[in-house]
Design a protein around this ligand. Structure first.
Ligand SMILES: *Cc1c(COP(=O)(O)O)cnc(C)c1O
Length: 396
């Protein structure tokens, strides 16, 4: 989302103390998601992986645009069902409890992505106990090598999915189970992949492997869920993932439904984390800006060890009768308010001018921002949550 001076003025006027807020552009989110859906080929559909950001206004904004929601826990099922009682849900994650499987069955999910043969047996056991049929897709940990991305869940030993070698046995077992219905295959192998042509080739591999396994078992391949993983290059926000090119490179499928479940790609751009600079100082020859907020609100840069991109918003007013500290031109490290040297949002970034009292607008903070952060670390007050375009303005 673009920096909007009116929003900045509103944030400053609405803050009791120094500004610290997540701001989300819901209209921009809806436009982006609708364009992403419109670019898909026939028989392909886009779900939203809610772990990227499951705030209610975000779910409300995407309901009716995406084909469904991907969840990873019973808690996420509840959040989605509260917002969208009838929208399809698919349920994944490597450690599902019986209670979570039962919750999925009761919620009428469109698919449970089973990650091992043991989990397939437990899905059958739970569904039989409830007297229902549970639709299941097999999550496969594809053999490598896979293209390079920030995170790899497959193509190497991980806790995710079943080994390719287990797939024939899993299919045979699924056929014999009275209370699970095989509906397809699931692959979520990479996260934050930037290379659109390589990602399209990877999806072709998924389709080919799924087709081979299904044919060998005498089953229709049904749904091929190609996961999420569409990347955001935080170091080059002006070069977004080529989603249109990616969609254009996908094959026309006739015998399968191709499903995507994207998190970051859908919601990263619609959110910003806006914080006020409390202090600027130099020690051991390095300049530091300390802000109201930090990695307890916005853990992504610490989690990935990157400098998160931001823009300095100059604030002219200065409330004190003594000089205003600042840096000009040189590199500055942006640190949060926590008593931890790891509380860093951006390191050695060259800025024009940055002074105490200015605001920093961290871009593309809509995915894996607040949702993955340890909010109550050190018990600082929470940021406000301002949802532009929501029917009711919500503040924290
Ligand atoms: C997290 C996750 C996603 C979304 O990943 P993104 O990289 O944000 O698109 C999709 N599917 C599964 C199974 C996940 O765990």
């Amino acid at each position: 989302m673009r920096i909007d001076p009116e929003v900045v003025a509103d944030l400053r006027a609405g803050s009791d103390g120094p500004v610290c807020a997540y701001v989300y552009d819901l209209a921009g989110l809806r436009d982006h998601a609708a364009a992403a859906v419109a670019a898909l080929p026939d028989r392909a559909e886009l779900f939203y992986a809610v772990k990227a950001n499951s705030e209610r206004p975000i779910l409300d904004a995407l309901t009716g645009i995406v084909a469904g929601f991907e969840v990873g826990s019973a808690g996420e099922i509840d959040r989605v069902r509260a917002a969208a009682p009838r929208t399809p849900i698919v349920f994944g994650g490597p450690g599902k409890t019986d209670a979570a499987l039962a919750a999925a069955a009761r919620a009428g999910v469109a698919a449970v992505h089973v990650e091992s043969i043991h989990e397939l047996r437990r899905a059958e056991h739970v569904a039989a106990g409830l007297g229902v049929t549970l639709p299941v897709a097999l999550r496969v940990n594809l053999a490598g090598p896979l293209p390079v991305a920030t995170l790899a869940m497959a193509g190497r030993p991980t806790q995710f999915g079943m080994d390719e070698a287990d797939v024939p046995d899993a299919l045979a077992l699924a056929r014999c189970c009275a209370h699970v219905e095989f509906v397809g295959f699931h692959f979520h192998c990479l996260s934050n992949h930037h290379d659109a042509p390589a990602h399209a080739r990877l999806v072709l591999r998924y389709l080919a492997r799924a087709g081979e396994w299904a044919a060998a078992a005498g089953l229709p391949p049904g749904i091929v869920n190609a996961g999420g993983g569409i990347g955001v290059d935080y170091a080059a926000l002006d070069r977004p993932f080529d989603w249109r090119g990616f969609c254009a490179a996908l094959p026309d499928v006739s015998d399968v439904r191709l499903r995507f479940e994207c998190g970051r790609f859908l919601v990263a751009a619609c959110g910003a984390y806006v914080v006020e600079v409390l202090d600027v100082k130099t020690n051991h020859g390095h300049a530091f800006a300390v802000v109201r907020g930090g990695t307890h609100h916005f853990r992504l840069p610490a989690s990935w060890g990157h400098s998160h991109p931001f823009t300095v918003i100059p604030v002219q007013e200065w409330a004190y009768p003594f000089p205003r500290p600042g840096v000009a031109g040189g590199p500055v490290t942006v640190a949060g308010e926590l008593c931890s040297p790891k509380d860093v949002l951006a390191r050695d970034v060259v800025v024009g001018e940055l002074r105490a009292g200015d605001l920093l607008w961290f871009h593309h903070a809509g995915a894996y921002g607040w949702s993955i952060s340890h909010h109550d670390f050190l018990h600082h007050p929470h940021p406000a949550q301002v949802f532009l375009g929501a029917r009711q303005r919500l503040r924290g």
